[in-house]
Design a protein around this ligand. Structure first.
Ligand code: CU
Length: 283
């Protein structure tokens, strides 16, 4: 072909040319078909690539299984707000995994079938793969996240309760407005099965209110009130933490949420101390 020798792995370009100079691949005679059998070095690389991919998948599976439970797990929701966030996480994980798998398949195809994508122009690869595919995935995820955000908006609901959470170094105080004359410290009491809007603020520095099994996190900012909607699906205790570094005592700046059934909640708003109430003793 105009004096240029033909090679069975022409798609390898410069790398193959270097290998040929090293004597790994040999050019065929002009006009003579070339064997499709890959040389030993290439087969060894393929096996190594497949082994590394298998180990990576196994490690990812173990990591994902190890993170599904626990008092602070967002993947073990116990309310509609946290469930929406957990579902959004799963949808994004599936979308990201699909995109990653597609890229890996194309990468593997590039190694296993050099030059296989040549019929598709560079412009088409960039247009469909680099712009079209990415834009479609991102717009779909954005629309989904937007609808989830609307569902989580802290709007007033029938039967809802409003609680004010105030953070300071290093304690949490909770007030219940006209529902109860006295507030609580380190424990936020709420009625299970009813929507709750938490008005979050701070007295000194920026903190962050987070009960992972009930809702997302929101900043507690001095002089400002942020609102968060949450709901406990069932009576029980739920762990809460400060999710923003707020000083040397940040590590122990946590609190507990006590979700009570209706008799327990009625007893609480009547003035009963939360230490005397338990969703288990009330049943
Ligand atoms: Cu804090």
């Amino acid at each position: 072909m105009n004096g240029v020798p033909r090679y069975g792995n022409a798609g390898f370009c410069d790398a193959v040319v270097r290998d040929q100079r090293d004597g790994i691949l040999q050019p065929s005679a002009p006009g003579r078909p070339v064997s499709a059998v890959a040389p030993p070095v290439v087969r060894h690389r393929r096996r190594a690539l497949a082994g590394a991919a298998s180990r990576l998948l196994a490690a990812l599976a173990l990591l994902s299984l190890a993170a599904c439970g626990g008092a602070l797990s967002t993947l073990d929701p116990s309310g509609p707000a946290a469930a929406s966030i957990a579902m959004m996480w799963r949808v994004m994980l599936i979308g990201a995994t699909g995109a990653f798998a597609l890229v890996m398949v194309l990468l593997a195809a590039g190694f296993l079938r050099p030059g296989g994508g040549a019929p598709v122009s560079v412009g088409a690869w960039l247009g469909w793969g680099g712009v079209g595919f990415v834009s479609t995935v991102l717009l779909a995820l954005l629309a989904y996240a937007f609808t989830v955000g609307l569902r989580l908006a802290p709007t007033a609901s029938p039967g809802g309760v409003t609680i004010t959470a105030t953070a300071e170094q290093w304690r949490w105080r909770f007030d219940y407005g006209p529902l109860r004359s006295g507030g609580t410290e380190a424990i936020m009491v709420l009625p299970a099965g009813r929507p709750v809007v938490v008005q979050v603020t701070a007295r000194d520095v920026i903190h962050s209110f987070w009960v992972p099994r009930l809702a997302g996190k929101i900043d507690a900012i001095p002089g400002h009130v942020n609102r968060l909607r949450l709901q406990a699906a069932a009576p029980g205790e739920y762990a809460g933490v400060c999710a923003e570094f707020c000083g040397i005592g940040h590590r122990s700046h946590g609190f507990m949420v006590l979700a009570l059934d209706e008799p327990g909640w009625n007893a609480f708003v009547s003035g009963t101390d939360p230490d005397e109430l338990s969703p288990w003793t009330l049943r």
